[in-house]
Design a protein around this ligand. Structure first.
Ligand SMILES: Nc1ncnc2c1ncn2[C@@H]1O[C@H](COP(=O)(O)OP(=O)(O)OP(=O)(O)O)[C@@H](O)[C@H]1O
Ligand code: NI
Length: 307
């Protein structure tokens, strides 16, 4: 059974468009995702596709002007905002995208220890700092005294010793030294191998493929495909959705073919398939209605042509 299951999640914002006119902007639409215990699912998508909003919806920390629909289950029970609040930092840990999530008024060693499990929290904090090459004096520092890369290592350390059953890592590695990136990716893999479910949000497909079991490809606020990491190989012939194939072929180490056009903005979503305006396989039917996510060859895709 999936430890985390997200069904038909939509997130929208009420925005003022000048004067008193309001419009509803749909930023996440009809999103499905699941993560099993022991598994790393990478959420891969370009900037603005809704990845952080997904993380925030699960953690129950969406901004006040957001409206959410759909359901999120954790361990078989509905995860509403109250339950998310009570499980946060205990059963569910977030490695936030912004280092500003660190408490500016608390020494970092003490911060990391507040979420640690076990009898000897100080030893656990010191051991993980050592692993991340954070010197003995770092635990007494305040967040403003850390470099960007150090702050990232502190955030990963916090999640790593939290004992959480689900870790949501939202772009955890930018600004880190390559050795620390490897260490962080190894940490997530070890946590998963010990039974943790990991949702790894990234726009780095190579990092995703290094550790993930499955990849959820995000486009304009929804998942267009879930694939096995192993499907990202060769010419992308095992991939199911034209966007995933195009992404794969756009990589420098592959054909390096750019995808024409741009991801639609949340306030200008096409009525049919979200990728139709850029898709080489588009037909009339693609622009008539939004395709449902459906099972295809052990994964899933939101494309009427996928087979
Ligand atoms: N408080 C808000 N009010 C209105 N729109 C918002 C708000 N927060 C986010 N959005 C919109 O939601 C969309 C998705 O944002 P999100 O931060 O989830 O993207 P992302 O995939 O995490 O991008 P990145 O890779 O840059 O981190 C964006 O278009 C953004 O403008
Ligand atoms: Ni983000």
């Amino acid at each position: 059974m999936a430890l985390l299951k997200v069904d038909k999640l939509s997130v929208s914002f009420m925005q003022y468009t000048g004067g008193l006119r309001q419009q509803i902007v749909q930023t996440i639409t009809d999103l499905h995702l699941s993560v099993n215990a022991g598994e790393i699912v990478a959420v891969f998508g370009s900037s603005g596709s809704g990845k952080s909003l997904l993380a925030h919806a699960i953690m129950g920390i969406l901004p006040d002007n957001a409206t959410m629909s759909g359901t999120i289950h954790f361990d078989g029970r509905i995860l509403d905002q109250d339950r998310a609040l009570s499980l946060r930092g205990k059963e569910i840990a977030l490695v936030p995208q912004s280092v500003n999530y660190l408490d500016p008024l608390m020494r970092v060693g003490a911060q990391v220890r507040t979420t640690a499990v076990g009898e000897d929290r100080a030893s656990a904090q010191r051991a993980i700092f050592k692993r991340y090459r954070l010197n003995d004096n770092v635990e007494r520092m305040f967040p403003f005294q850390l470099s960007g890369g150090m702050a990232r290592r502190v955030l990963v350390s916090t999640a790593a010793i939290s004992g959480a059953r689900l870790i949501i890592a939202d772009e955890p590695t930018p600004g880190m030294h390559p050795d620390d990136v490897t260490e962080a990716l190894n940490t997530f893999r070890e946590l998963a191998d010990n039974g943790c479910a990991v949702l790894f949000i990234t726009h780095d497909i190579e990092a995703a493929l290094r550790i993930a079991d499955r990849i959820a490809v995000f486009y304009a606020g929804t998942t267009v495909e879930t694939a096995l990491a192993a499907d990202f190989a060769g010419d992308g012939e095992r991939l199911r959705h034209p966007y995933s194939k195009a992404l794969w072929q756009a990589l420098p180490q592959n054909a390096f073919v750019p995808i024409p056009g741009a991801q639609p903005r949340p306030d200008h979503l096409p009525s049919g398939c979200l990728f139709a305006p850029r898709c080489a396989r588009v037909t009339d039917a693609c622009t008539e209605s939004r395709p449902e996510m459906r099972e295809v060859r052990g994964g899933s895709a939101r494309c009427i042509h996928a087979s």
